[in-house]
Design a protein around this ligand. Structure first.
Ligand SMILES: NC(=O)c1ccc[n+]([C@@H]2O[C@H](COP(=O)([O-])OP(=O)(O)OC[C@H]3O[C@@H](n4cnc5c(N)ncnc54)[C@H](O)[C@@H]3O)[C@@H](O)[C@H]2O)c1
Ligand SMILES: NC(=O)c1ccc[n+]([C@@H]2O[C@H](COP(=O)([O-])OP(=O)(O)OC[C@H]3O[C@@H](n4cnc5c(N)ncnc54)[C@H](O)[C@@H]3O)[C@@H](O)[C@H]2O)c1
Lengths: 196, 196
Protein backbone atom coordinates (compact mmCIF):
# COMPACT_ATOMS: atom_id res chain seq x y z
CA UNK A 1 0.00 0.00 0.00
CA UNK A 2 2.69 2.52 0.96
CA UNK A 3 4.61 1.58 -2.16
CA UNK A 4 1.70 2.45 -4.40
CA UNK A 5 1.10 5.76 -2.63
CA UNK A 6 4.79 6.68 -2.80
CA UNK A 7 4.92 5.89 -6.50
CA UNK A 8 1.93 8.19 -7.07
CA UNK A 9 3.69 10.99 -5.15
CA UNK A 10 6.84 10.51 -7.22
CA UNK A 11 4.77 10.73 -10.39
CA UNK A 12 3.45 14.11 -9.14
CA UNK A 13 7.03 15.31 -8.72
CA UNK A 14 7.06 15.15 -4.90
CA UNK A 15 10.56 14.22 -3.67
CA UNK A 16 10.11 14.42 0.13
CA UNK A 17 7.19 13.52 2.31
CA UNK A 18 6.38 13.89 6.06
CA UNK A 19 4.94 11.02 8.05
CA UNK A 20 1.67 12.94 8.72
CA UNK A 21 1.20 13.52 4.95
CA UNK A 22 1.74 9.84 4.16
CA UNK A 23 -0.58 9.00 7.06
CA UNK A 24 -3.47 11.08 5.69
CA UNK A 25 -2.95 9.52 2.23
CA UNK A 26 -2.97 6.02 3.77
CA UNK A 27 -5.83 6.65 6.19
CA UNK A 28 -3.56 5.98 9.13
CA UNK A 29 -1.85 7.99 11.90
CA UNK A 30 1.56 9.66 11.75
CA UNK A 31 2.70 7.52 14.71
CA UNK A 32 1.72 4.28 12.92
CA UNK A 33 3.51 5.38 9.73
CA UNK A 34 6.67 6.20 11.71
CA UNK A 35 6.45 2.82 13.48
CA UNK A 36 6.03 0.94 10.17
CA UNK A 37 8.90 2.74 8.51
CA UNK A 38 11.25 2.24 11.47
CA UNK A 39 10.38 -1.47 11.31
CA UNK A 40 11.82 -1.67 7.81
CA UNK A 41 14.81 0.36 8.82
CA UNK A 42 13.92 3.78 7.38
CA UNK A 43 14.20 6.98 9.36
CA UNK A 44 13.08 10.43 8.24
CA UNK A 45 14.28 13.85 9.33
CA UNK A 46 12.03 16.28 11.23
CA UNK A 47 13.09 19.06 8.81
CA UNK A 48 12.73 17.43 5.42
CA UNK A 49 10.68 14.29 6.08
CA UNK A 50 11.43 11.06 4.16
CA UNK A 51 13.03 10.94 0.69
CA UNK A 52 10.25 9.41 -1.43
CA UNK A 53 12.23 7.40 -4.00
CA UNK A 54 14.55 5.89 -1.36
CA UNK A 55 11.55 5.00 0.78
CA UNK A 56 9.80 3.32 -2.12
CA UNK A 57 12.90 1.17 -2.85
CA UNK A 58 13.36 0.20 0.80
CA UNK A 59 9.73 -0.93 1.08
CA UNK A 60 10.09 -2.86 -2.16
CA UNK A 61 13.10 -4.74 -0.85
CA UNK A 62 11.26 -5.67 2.32
CA UNK A 63 7.95 -6.91 0.97
CA UNK A 64 9.27 -9.16 -1.69
CA UNK A 65 12.92 -8.39 -1.86
CA UNK A 66 13.09 -7.87 -5.58
CA UNK A 67 16.74 -8.49 -5.02
CA UNK A 68 16.92 -12.21 -4.31
CA UNK A 69 16.50 -13.60 -0.80
CA UNK A 70 19.53 -15.75 -0.18
CA UNK A 71 19.50 -18.78 2.06
CA UNK A 72 22.19 -21.02 3.51
CA UNK A 73 21.98 -24.81 3.90
CA UNK A 74 23.81 -26.47 6.78
CA UNK A 75 24.41 -30.22 6.39
CA UNK A 76 25.04 -31.61 2.91
CA UNK A 77 24.01 -35.21 3.58
CA UNK A 78 21.18 -37.19 1.97
CA UNK A 79 18.50 -34.65 2.93
CA UNK A 80 20.70 -31.63 2.20
CA UNK A 81 21.50 -32.94 -1.29
CA UNK A 82 17.80 -33.59 -1.98
CA UNK A 83 16.98 -30.02 -0.94
CA UNK A 84 19.80 -28.55 -3.08
CA UNK A 85 18.63 -30.50 -6.11
CA UNK A 86 15.00 -29.49 -5.51
CA UNK A 87 15.99 -25.85 -5.10
CA UNK A 88 18.60 -25.69 -7.83
CA UNK A 89 18.76 -22.19 -9.29
CA UNK A 90 16.31 -19.46 -8.34
CA UNK A 91 12.73 -20.25 -7.33
CA UNK A 92 11.04 -16.88 -7.52
CA UNK A 93 13.08 -14.55 -5.36
CA UNK A 94 14.52 -17.39 -3.22
CA UNK A 95 17.81 -19.18 -3.78
CA UNK A 96 20.18 -21.29 -1.73
CA UNK A 97 23.51 -19.57 -2.36
CA UNK A 98 25.84 -21.26 0.18
CA UNK A 99 26.08 -24.66 1.90
CA UNK A 100 28.10 -25.61 4.99
CA UNK A 101 29.32 -28.91 6.41
CA UNK A 102 31.85 -30.20 8.95
CA UNK A 103 32.95 -33.04 6.65
CA UNK A 104 36.17 -31.89 4.96
CA UNK A 105 35.55 -34.20 2.01
CA UNK A 106 32.51 -32.04 1.18
CA UNK A 107 33.86 -28.52 1.75
CA UNK A 108 35.29 -26.76 -1.30
CA UNK A 109 33.06 -28.82 -3.61
CA UNK A 110 30.01 -27.71 -5.57
CA UNK A 111 26.80 -29.79 -5.19
CA UNK A 112 23.80 -29.11 -7.46
CA UNK A 113 25.28 -25.73 -8.35
CA UNK A 114 25.91 -24.64 -4.75
CA UNK A 115 29.34 -24.28 -3.17
CA UNK A 116 30.00 -25.99 0.17
CA UNK A 117 32.06 -24.11 2.77
CA UNK A 118 33.43 -25.21 6.14
CA UNK A 119 31.56 -24.12 9.25
CA UNK A 120 34.47 -21.85 10.21
CA UNK A 121 33.68 -19.65 7.18
CA UNK A 122 30.03 -19.18 8.08
CA UNK A 123 30.30 -15.66 9.53
CA UNK A 124 32.19 -14.26 6.52
CA UNK A 125 29.96 -15.91 3.93
CA UNK A 126 26.67 -14.95 5.68
CA UNK A 127 27.75 -11.30 5.84
CA UNK A 128 29.17 -11.19 2.30
CA UNK A 129 26.11 -12.82 0.70
CA UNK A 130 23.54 -10.97 2.83
CA UNK A 131 22.02 -14.26 4.03
CA UNK A 132 19.23 -13.86 6.63
CA UNK A 133 17.75 -17.40 6.71
CA UNK A 134 19.05 -20.97 6.71
CA UNK A 135 17.94 -24.59 6.35
CA UNK A 136 19.27 -27.00 8.99
CA UNK A 137 19.76 -30.60 7.78
CA UNK A 138 22.25 -32.05 10.28
CA UNK A 139 21.83 -35.05 12.63
CA UNK A 140 19.69 -34.47 15.73
CA UNK A 141 22.61 -34.39 18.19
CA UNK A 142 24.40 -31.71 16.12
CA UNK A 143 21.41 -29.46 15.50
CA UNK A 144 21.56 -27.22 18.61
CA UNK A 145 25.28 -26.47 18.13
CA UNK A 146 24.94 -25.74 14.41
CA UNK A 147 21.89 -23.52 15.06
CA UNK A 148 23.80 -21.47 17.62
CA UNK A 149 26.62 -20.98 15.11
CA UNK A 150 24.05 -19.71 12.59
CA UNK A 151 22.49 -17.32 15.12
CA UNK A 152 25.93 -15.97 16.07
CA UNK A 153 26.64 -15.35 12.37
CA UNK A 154 23.52 -13.14 12.22
CA UNK A 155 21.01 -15.54 10.68
CA UNK A 156 17.49 -14.72 11.99
CA UNK A 157 15.34 -17.43 10.35
CA UNK A 158 15.92 -21.22 10.51
CA UNK A 159 14.00 -24.08 8.86
CA UNK A 160 14.83 -27.02 11.11
CA UNK A 161 14.59 -30.59 9.74
CA UNK A 162 16.27 -32.26 12.73
CA UNK A 163 13.80 -33.91 15.16
CA UNK A 164 14.80 -31.76 18.14
CA UNK A 165 13.49 -28.45 19.41
CA UNK A 166 16.05 -25.65 19.26
CA UNK A 167 16.67 -23.17 22.08
CA UNK A 168 17.64 -19.89 20.39
CA UNK A 169 17.45 -16.15 21.11
CA UNK A 170 14.01 -14.59 20.56
CA UNK A 171 15.12 -12.72 17.44
CA UNK A 172 15.65 -16.01 15.57
CA UNK A 173 12.46 -17.35 14.00
CA UNK A 174 12.38 -21.19 13.83
CA UNK A 175 10.10 -23.35 11.67
CA UNK A 176 10.17 -27.08 12.42
CA UNK A 177 9.58 -29.50 9.56
CA UNK A 178 8.35 -32.46 11.57
CA UNK A 179 8.22 -35.66 9.54
CA UNK A 180 6.61 -37.77 12.28
CA UNK A 181 3.39 -35.71 12.43
CA UNK A 182 2.92 -35.86 8.66
CA UNK A 183 3.50 -39.62 8.60
CA UNK A 184 1.17 -40.22 11.59
CA UNK A 185 -1.55 -38.33 9.77
CA UNK A 186 -1.15 -40.22 6.51
CA UNK A 187 -1.08 -43.56 8.32
CA UNK A 188 -4.22 -42.66 10.29
CA UNK A 189 -6.25 -41.50 7.26
CA UNK A 190 -4.88 -44.38 5.20
CA UNK A 191 -6.20 -46.77 7.82
CA UNK A 192 -9.58 -44.97 8.01
CA UNK A 193 -10.02 -45.02 4.25
CA UNK A 194 -8.89 -48.62 4.10
CA UNK A 195 -11.55 -49.71 6.59
CA UNK A 196 -14.32 -47.62 5.11
CA UNK B 1 -14.14 -45.55 24.76
CA UNK B 2 -15.68 -48.77 23.44
CA UNK B 3 -12.46 -50.57 24.15
CA UNK B 4 -12.58 -49.66 27.83
CA UNK B 5 -16.22 -50.67 28.13
CA UNK B 6 -15.61 -53.98 26.37
CA UNK B 7 -12.64 -54.74 28.62
CA UNK B 8 -14.86 -54.11 31.67
CA UNK B 9 -17.51 -56.50 30.29
CA UNK B 10 -14.86 -59.16 29.69
CA UNK B 11 -13.66 -58.76 33.27
CA UNK B 12 -17.24 -59.45 34.43
CA UNK B 13 -17.26 -62.65 32.42
CA UNK B 14 -19.56 -61.40 29.63
CA UNK B 15 -18.59 -63.06 26.34
CA UNK B 16 -21.25 -61.68 23.99
CA UNK B 17 -22.92 -58.29 23.85
CA UNK B 18 -25.81 -56.79 21.80
CA UNK B 19 -25.50 -53.36 20.18
CA UNK B 20 -28.30 -51.93 22.38
CA UNK B 21 -26.47 -53.08 25.55
CA UNK B 22 -23.20 -51.49 24.41
CA UNK B 23 -25.18 -48.39 23.44
CA UNK B 24 -26.67 -47.95 26.92
CA UNK B 25 -23.22 -48.45 28.51
CA UNK B 26 -21.73 -45.87 26.12
CA UNK B 27 -24.58 -43.39 26.34
CA UNK B 28 -25.27 -43.73 22.65
CA UNK B 29 -27.91 -45.35 20.40
CA UNK B 30 -27.93 -48.92 19.08
CA UNK B 31 -27.94 -47.56 15.51
CA UNK B 32 -24.83 -45.43 16.17
CA UNK B 33 -23.01 -48.40 17.76
CA UNK B 34 -23.85 -50.62 14.77
CA UNK B 35 -22.63 -47.86 12.39
CA UNK B 36 -19.36 -47.43 14.31
CA UNK B 37 -18.68 -51.14 14.44
CA UNK B 38 -19.45 -51.65 10.74
CA UNK B 39 -16.98 -48.81 10.02
CA UNK B 40 -14.20 -50.88 11.56
CA UNK B 41 -15.34 -53.99 9.80
CA UNK B 42 -17.14 -55.83 12.61
CA UNK B 43 -20.58 -57.36 12.23
CA UNK B 44 -22.67 -58.96 14.97
CA UNK B 45 -25.41 -61.56 14.75
CA UNK B 46 -29.03 -60.79 15.66
CA UNK B 47 -29.12 -63.97 17.78
CA UNK B 48 -25.93 -63.78 19.78
CA UNK B 49 -24.76 -60.19 19.36
CA UNK B 50 -21.03 -59.36 19.07
CA UNK B 51 -18.24 -61.55 20.53
CA UNK B 52 -16.72 -59.23 23.13
CA UNK B 53 -13.04 -60.25 23.02
CA UNK B 54 -12.91 -60.25 19.21
CA UNK B 55 -14.59 -56.85 19.15
CA UNK B 56 -12.10 -55.41 21.66
CA UNK B 57 -9.17 -56.64 19.53
CA UNK B 58 -10.62 -55.26 16.31
CA UNK B 59 -11.16 -51.82 17.87
CA UNK B 60 -7.64 -51.90 19.27
CA UNK B 61 -6.21 -52.55 15.83
CA UNK B 62 -8.15 -49.66 14.38
CA UNK B 63 -7.53 -46.87 16.88
CA UNK B 64 -3.85 -47.21 17.32
CA UNK B 65 -3.12 -50.43 15.62
CA UNK B 66 -1.19 -51.92 18.48
CA UNK B 67 0.03 -54.12 15.74
CA UNK B 68 2.32 -51.82 13.82
CA UNK B 69 1.13 -49.52 11.05
CA UNK B 70 3.29 -50.37 8.11
CA UNK B 71 4.24 -47.87 5.45
CA UNK B 72 5.88 -48.13 2.06
CA UNK B 73 8.43 -45.67 0.62
CA UNK B 74 8.55 -45.12 -3.13
CA UNK B 75 11.78 -43.57 -4.47
CA UNK B 76 15.05 -44.47 -2.75
CA UNK B 77 17.05 -41.41 -3.86
CA UNK B 78 18.63 -38.72 -1.67
CA UNK B 79 15.37 -37.82 0.04
CA UNK B 80 14.18 -41.42 0.31
CA UNK B 81 17.46 -42.48 1.95
CA UNK B 82 17.25 -39.56 4.41
CA UNK B 83 13.71 -40.62 5.33
CA UNK B 84 14.69 -44.29 5.76
CA UNK B 85 17.60 -43.33 8.02
CA UNK B 86 15.38 -40.97 10.05
CA UNK B 87 12.71 -43.63 10.40
CA UNK B 88 14.99 -46.62 10.93
CA UNK B 89 13.24 -49.23 13.06
CA UNK B 90 9.89 -48.61 14.73
CA UNK B 91 8.82 -45.12 15.85
CA UNK B 92 5.90 -45.85 18.09
CA UNK B 93 3.48 -47.96 16.11
CA UNK B 94 4.78 -46.71 12.72
CA UNK B 95 7.45 -48.35 10.61
CA UNK B 96 8.55 -48.24 6.98
CA UNK B 97 8.64 -51.91 6.08
CA UNK B 98 9.12 -51.84 2.29
CA UNK B 99 10.72 -49.54 -0.26
CA UNK B 100 10.24 -49.45 -4.04
CA UNK B 101 12.25 -48.01 -6.92
CA UNK B 102 12.49 -48.33 -10.72
CA UNK B 103 16.32 -48.33 -10.63
CA UNK B 104 17.40 -51.98 -10.89
CA UNK B 105 20.70 -51.21 -9.14
CA UNK B 106 18.63 -50.43 -6.02
CA UNK B 107 16.07 -53.24 -6.04
CA UNK B 108 16.93 -56.34 -4.04
CA UNK B 109 19.20 -54.31 -1.74
CA UNK B 110 18.59 -53.30 1.88
CA UNK B 111 18.98 -49.58 2.77
CA UNK B 112 18.89 -48.48 6.44
CA UNK B 113 17.33 -51.81 7.35
CA UNK B 114 14.58 -51.67 4.72
CA UNK B 115 14.41 -53.91 1.67
CA UNK B 116 13.92 -52.30 -1.75
CA UNK B 117 11.60 -54.03 -4.24
CA UNK B 118 10.88 -53.29 -7.89
CA UNK B 119 7.66 -51.44 -8.71
CA UNK B 120 6.28 -54.61 -10.36
CA UNK B 121 6.15 -56.28 -6.93
CA UNK B 122 4.17 -53.50 -5.27
CA UNK B 123 0.76 -55.21 -5.31
CA UNK B 124 2.04 -58.44 -3.73
CA UNK B 125 4.13 -56.70 -1.07
CA UNK B 126 1.40 -54.20 -0.11
CA UNK B 127 -1.12 -57.01 0.36
CA UNK B 128 1.31 -59.33 2.17
CA UNK B 129 2.55 -56.67 4.60
CA UNK B 130 -0.88 -55.06 5.16
CA UNK B 131 0.43 -51.64 4.05
CA UNK B 132 -2.22 -48.88 3.93
CA UNK B 133 -0.05 -45.75 3.55
CA UNK B 134 3.02 -44.70 1.56
CA UNK B 135 5.62 -41.92 1.27
CA UNK B 136 6.28 -40.67 -2.27
CA UNK B 137 9.85 -39.40 -2.89
CA UNK B 138 10.22 -39.60 -6.68
CA UNK B 139 10.97 -36.80 -9.17
CA UNK B 140 8.06 -34.46 -10.01
CA UNK B 141 7.45 -35.87 -13.49
CA UNK B 142 7.19 -39.43 -12.12
CA UNK B 143 4.95 -38.68 -9.16
CA UNK B 144 1.51 -39.00 -10.76
CA UNK B 145 2.33 -42.39 -12.34
CA UNK B 146 3.85 -43.80 -9.15
CA UNK B 147 0.87 -42.55 -7.10
CA UNK B 148 -1.58 -44.29 -9.42
CA UNK B 149 0.37 -47.52 -9.04
CA UNK B 150 0.12 -47.17 -5.27
CA UNK B 151 -3.64 -46.50 -5.40
CA UNK B 152 -4.17 -49.54 -7.66
CA UNK B 153 -2.25 -51.66 -5.14
CA UNK B 154 -4.76 -50.64 -2.45
CA UNK B 155 -2.81 -47.89 -0.66
CA UNK B 156 -5.26 -45.27 0.72
CA UNK B 157 -2.90 -42.67 2.29
CA UNK B 158 0.03 -40.90 0.53
CA UNK B 159 2.58 -38.40 1.91
CA UNK B 160 3.72 -36.60 -1.24
CA UNK B 161 7.13 -34.86 -1.29
CA UNK B 162 7.14 -34.16 -5.03
CA UNK B 163 6.22 -30.56 -5.93
CA UNK B 164 3.15 -31.51 -7.98
CA UNK B 165 -0.48 -31.98 -7.03
CA UNK B 166 -1.74 -35.53 -7.48
CA UNK B 167 -5.08 -36.44 -9.06
CA UNK B 168 -6.25 -39.61 -7.30
CA UNK B 169 -9.54 -41.34 -6.46
CA UNK B 170 -11.45 -39.86 -3.52
CA UNK B 171 -10.66 -42.79 -1.22
CA UNK B 172 -6.94 -41.93 -1.26
CA UNK B 173 -5.97 -39.31 1.31
CA UNK B 174 -3.01 -37.14 0.18
CA UNK B 175 -0.80 -34.93 2.39
CA UNK B 176 1.61 -32.62 0.52
CA UNK B 177 4.93 -31.78 2.17
CA UNK B 178 5.59 -28.50 0.40
CA UNK B 179 9.15 -27.29 0.87
CA UNK B 180 8.63 -23.97 -0.91
CA UNK B 181 6.01 -22.68 1.56
CA UNK B 182 8.20 -23.52 4.55
CA UNK B 183 11.24 -21.84 2.98
CA UNK B 184 9.22 -18.74 1.95
CA UNK B 185 8.04 -18.37 5.52
CA UNK B 186 11.51 -18.71 7.04
CA UNK B 187 12.97 -16.27 4.52
CA UNK B 188 10.19 -13.75 5.25
CA UNK B 189 10.50 -13.90 9.05
CA UNK B 190 14.30 -14.00 8.76
CA UNK B 191 14.14 -10.77 6.80
CA UNK B 192 11.65 -9.19 9.25
CA UNK B 193 13.78 -10.10 12.28
CA UNK B 194 16.90 -8.95 10.49
CA UNK B 195 15.45 -5.49 9.84
CA UNK B 196 13.87 -5.13 13.25
N1 LIG C 1 11.65 -33.69 8.44
C1 LIG C 1 12.00 -34.41 7.39
O1 LIG C 1 11.32 -34.42 6.39
C2 LIG C 1 13.27 -35.23 7.46
C3 LIG C 1 13.45 -36.27 6.55
C4 LIG C 1 14.64 -36.98 6.65
C5 LIG C 1 15.63 -36.64 7.58
N2 LIG C 1 15.42 -35.64 8.48
C6 LIG C 1 16.43 -35.17 9.41
O2 LIG C 1 17.38 -34.39 8.67
C7 LIG C 1 18.68 -34.50 9.22
C8 LIG C 1 19.68 -34.91 8.15
O3 LIG C 1 19.42 -36.21 7.71
P1 LIG C 1 20.36 -36.95 6.65
O4 LIG C 1 19.77 -38.29 6.38
O5 LIG C 1 20.64 -36.03 5.51
O6 LIG C 1 21.71 -37.13 7.49
P2 LIG C 1 23.18 -37.36 6.92
O7 LIG C 1 23.94 -37.99 8.02
O8 LIG C 1 23.10 -38.01 5.59
O9 LIG C 1 23.72 -35.87 6.67
C9 LIG C 1 24.09 -35.01 7.70
C10 LIG C 1 25.15 -34.05 7.20
O10 LIG C 1 25.38 -33.07 8.20
C11 LIG C 1 26.78 -32.90 8.36
N3 LIG C 1 27.04 -32.41 9.72
C12 LIG C 1 27.05 -33.13 10.88
N4 LIG C 1 27.28 -32.31 11.93
C13 LIG C 1 27.38 -31.06 11.42
C14 LIG C 1 27.59 -29.77 12.03
N5 LIG C 1 27.73 -29.62 13.36
N6 LIG C 1 27.63 -28.70 11.23
C15 LIG C 1 27.48 -28.83 9.89
N7 LIG C 1 27.29 -30.01 9.26
C16 LIG C 1 27.23 -31.11 10.03
C17 LIG C 1 27.40 -34.25 8.06
O11 LIG C 1 28.74 -34.13 7.69
C18 LIG C 1 26.50 -34.73 6.91
O12 LIG C 1 26.98 -34.31 5.67
C19 LIG C 1 18.54 -35.48 10.39
O13 LIG C 1 18.41 -34.76 11.57
C20 LIG C 1 17.25 -36.24 10.10
O14 LIG C 1 16.61 -36.69 11.26
C21 LIG C 1 14.27 -34.93 8.40
N1 LIG D 1 9.34 -31.34 0.36
C1 LIG D 1 10.59 -31.54 0.65
O1 LIG D 1 11.00 -31.38 1.79
C2 LIG D 1 11.56 -32.01 -0.43
C3 LIG D 1 12.93 -31.86 -0.24
C4 LIG D 1 13.77 -32.33 -1.23
C5 LIG D 1 13.26 -32.94 -2.37
N2 LIG D 1 11.93 -33.03 -2.56
C6 LIG D 1 11.32 -33.74 -3.70
O2 LIG D 1 11.46 -35.14 -3.44
C7 LIG D 1 11.61 -35.86 -4.65
C8 LIG D 1 12.83 -36.76 -4.59
O3 LIG D 1 13.99 -35.97 -4.53
P1 LIG D 1 15.47 -36.63 -4.58
O4 LIG D 1 16.44 -35.53 -4.48
O5 LIG D 1 15.53 -37.75 -3.58
O6 LIG D 1 15.51 -37.26 -6.05
P2 LIG D 1 16.46 -38.42 -6.58
O7 LIG D 1 16.52 -38.26 -8.03
O8 LIG D 1 17.72 -38.44 -5.77
O9 LIG D 1 15.65 -39.75 -6.21
C9 LIG D 1 14.52 -40.16 -6.88
C10 LIG D 1 14.41 -41.68 -6.81
O10 LIG D 1 13.14 -42.07 -7.34
C11 LIG D 1 13.34 -43.16 -8.23
N3 LIG D 1 12.26 -43.16 -9.21
C12 LIG D 1 12.15 -42.39 -10.33
N4 LIG D 1 10.97 -42.67 -10.94
C13 LIG D 1 10.34 -43.61 -10.20
C14 LIG D 1 9.09 -44.28 -10.34
N5 LIG D 1 8.26 -44.05 -11.35
N6 LIG D 1 8.75 -45.20 -9.41
C15 LIG D 1 9.59 -45.47 -8.38
N7 LIG D 1 10.80 -44.87 -8.19
C16 LIG D 1 11.16 -43.94 -9.10
C17 LIG D 1 14.71 -42.96 -8.81
O11 LIG D 1 15.24 -44.18 -9.29
C18 LIG D 1 15.49 -42.41 -7.61
O12 LIG D 1 16.04 -43.44 -6.82
C19 LIG D 1 11.62 -34.81 -5.75
O13 LIG D 1 10.34 -34.73 -6.32
C20 LIG D 1 11.97 -33.52 -5.04
O14 LIG D 1 11.43 -32.40 -5.68
C21 LIG D 1 11.08 -32.60 -1.60
Amino acid sequence: MYRRLLQAELDRGVSNIFSHNLASLAGSTAAQVRRDLTYIGCTGSPKTGYPVSELRDAIGRCLSPNGEERLALVGVGDLGRAILSRFRGRQGHLSITAAFDTDISKTGRVTHGCRCYSMSEIEDVVRREGIVAAILAVPADEAQGAAETLAMAGVTGILNFAPVSLRLPRNVHVENNDLTMAIEKVAFFGRENHNA
